[in-house]
Every structure is written in C-alpha cells, then in structure tokens.
Design a protein around this ligand. Sequence first.
Ligand code: PA5
Length: 475
Amino acid sequence: MAKVKPLVFDYRGSLIPENGITPDQIQQLGAALDSARNEILKTDVELFASQTNIPEEKQPLDAGFFEMPERILDEYQSNRPESELGRILDTATRLRERVDKVVVLGIGGSYMGARALMETCCQPYFNELTRAERGGRPRMYFEGNNVDNDWSQGLLEFLKNHSQGDGPEGKWAIVVISKSGGTLETAAAFRQFLAALESEVGTENLPDYVVPVTGESGKLASLADEIGCQDRFLVPDGVGGRFSVLSAVGLLPAAILGIDIVALLEGAAAMNSQFRTQPLGSNPVLDYVAVNHLLEKEQGVVTRVLSVWSKSLESAGFWYDQLLAESLGKFERGALPLTCLNSRDLHSRAQQHQEGARDKVMNNVIVDHWRCDPLPIGSSERNQDQLNELSDKTLPDIMSAAIAGTNQAYLDDNRPTTNLHFPAADEASLGQFFQMMMLATVLEGRLLEINPYGQPGVEKYKVNMNRILREPVDK
Ligand code: PA5
C-alpha cells in the first residue's frame, strides 16, 4: 500500500480562555471517547457481522461502511479481474470508450459523494475541456437530485443538441444510483432520461448505455432486469446511503472520471488505522469529536461551520452537511452543519461569524499544496489599483494571509476555531476526510446515545408528497 500523507487536525484555536474549552476537559472526556470507540471497534462490528441479537436501540446498525475500504482493496489484490474494484474499472473503461457524456442520477447519499469526488479531484473546468484534453474521459452531469423542471429539461435539451455522430462524441450513458430503488426524484428522472436515451440508441442497445447501482432487490433492480443491464453494482446491505461514498456509489462515477480510486480507498484505510490505534491527542477522529462535542456541551456551540478554503472542497462540505444533519439531527438535538467557502463567504457570512451569536465553531479545512504553480499578482504599468507593491505575492500567499487574518480576528474575540490540513486536494486526502467524518459522526452518535444510522424524519415528507400527488385534482 502506498504511503498516505496524513490529514492533520490542529485544535489549538479552540483552547481559548472564554467561549472555548480546556485541555483538562478534553482529558476528562477521554474515557467516554475510548469506550465509544471500543463500542464501534468491537460491539458494533461484531454485532453487524453476526447479524443476530442486534438490540432494538441499535437498529438499524449500518456499520458495514467501516471496514469496507480494506475489504475492497484486499479483494482487488487477491483477484483483480473478478473483484468489485476490477469490475468497476472495467465498466469505467468500457463507458469511456463508448460515450462522451455520463449522466449520474441519484440524490442524497446516492449523489453527494460522487459530486464531491469530481469537484475535488478533477480539473475545475473538466466538462468544458475537449475529449483529448480530458484524456478520453466522459463529461459528467448530475440529475435526479431534484425535481426542477427547467434544469432537467435543460440537460435533456443539451444532450439532444450536443450528441451527434456515430463515434463516442455522439453518445451518452446513464449511471442510475438508488439504494432503495424507489426514491421518487431519481425514479422520475430515470424514466425521463431513459426515454430520451432509448430514442437515440434503440431499445436493443439500451443495456450498453445504462449502469444501475442499487440494492439486491427493489423497483430499480427489477427495472434493470427488464432492460437487460449486464453491468450493475450493489449498494451493499448494511451500508447506509450517506455512508456509501466508498462503495460503487462513489467509486463508479469516480472511476469513469479517471479518478484514482485505489488512492482514495488507501486514504480511507489509513484513517481507519489511525482511528483504531492512536490515542486522544493524535487521533483526528477522537480529537475532532472531543473538541466539537465539548464546545457544544460546555459553551452552547450548536453551529458547526465547515469553513473550506478551496473551491475544490465545497461539495465535500455539502457531503458532510448531509452526513451530520441526517445522522445526528434527531430527538430535537444535533449540531447544525454549515459549509462556507472562503474567501468567497468572507464577503457574505463573515460579519455574522465575527460578531453574531456565540454559537459557532469554525472548523477550517485548509489545502497545504495547490495542484498548480502559485500564480503571482504580477506588475503592471497601469498601477491605479496600487497592487505593484504586492506584485510578487501569489494567490496562495493571499489565501494564507486571509486564513491567518481570519483566525486571528476570531482569536482576538475568543471565538473558537480548528484547522484540518489536507496535504493536497486529492484522492488520498479526500478518502481520509470521508472516513474521518463518517467515523466521527458515528462516534459522536454513540457518545450522545443517538443512533446515527437511519433517517426516520425524512419519511414524513415522502408520505405527504405521495398522498398529495395521488389526490384527485379539482377541475
Ligand atoms: O443517507 C441516506 O440514506 C439518504 O440520504 C439516501 O441516500 C437518499 O434518501 C437516497 O436514497 P436512495 O439511494 O434509496 O435513493
């Protein structure tokens, strides 16, 4: 396994005299954190494997996400062609050779991870590049994550008008992802996009252009049988939607885009190893939970701002918003996640964060090394903007100054911050981040005695929506 450069979590900005927490409080929480960790490492994993005697308060117990990265990697090492990863890579290659655009249909946990992977790991204007510049990898579009008439039709129209010719440039495919197979937003979009695709490639060729990722059974699985889809992937039992990014749900779209999914999984496995072995103080999962949990409990800090300092990471922040909100927002409890992208949101939200209610922690996510060489401001004969004195400063210099200046302003006013350092916005860092946040969410759930799995509250709108849709319409 390649050596993974670790994420570094620095919480010194929360050890502040007022509105913060103390090293003693962290130490005192140590025993409870250890016991919650042991519960995940021993009880949850064992109970999950045995699938018997799972106590009612632990149900559902979707602990399958935890050891999934190692399992998928091991299987790939021992039997590449038949392993799941091998099949995912084969399908990605086949689609790449055949089509120039892929529409990924899915919502919630069946969508947000793939989007984060694309935005973090691909060239920012990937879809705008020529096929050669993309290395033959298809453009990717996301739908079925809403029921917005104009955006759905916009994409259908775009596909129709920009898919000409017999070669791959003239073709597009669908990857439809739904664990339950019955989510209305995704199902409606699948029906509409499938109809458009069928009219272009013909019924007999549909199986070559449709790849479902779904459960063993369900409406989408039956539909896939009916269409005759050969290439299909499972959302494993015991892996909840928002915990499924490192299964085929995230891996297939990522592989289609040419993202290094082995490095992604190795990053996640490295985070697992730290979680299993490292003590409080050098364990990013335990430390992150300790600081955020204590701030909430001792200081009423109920808003967790994930302040990302790279545009590439905004969607990873949205992925985390869903993870925290759906997992711990239960029984009238649970912190409010809020992703901010800086420096952009310094010009929209920072006023409130600096001087508003003292109910927030800024969890900064900072990229230490940018992909491209630093771009200097440059000197100019037109110096009306008076920037010549800063001509040697680069965009990373300005970003670093903005981060330091913002953290200093919070510190001066006793407002807590933490810094999570990504060595780079790449696969290994993102894999660590995904696994760190999934583990942290489950760990905090065990600490709060809230079952992090399941989302019973989401069912309520679905019941109402289905009833309303089926009500007779007064003419
Ligand atoms: O975390 C979850 O389980 C949910 O957010 C689901 O991912 C979301 O509701 C989509 O469900 P499905 O994949 O069954 O279509």
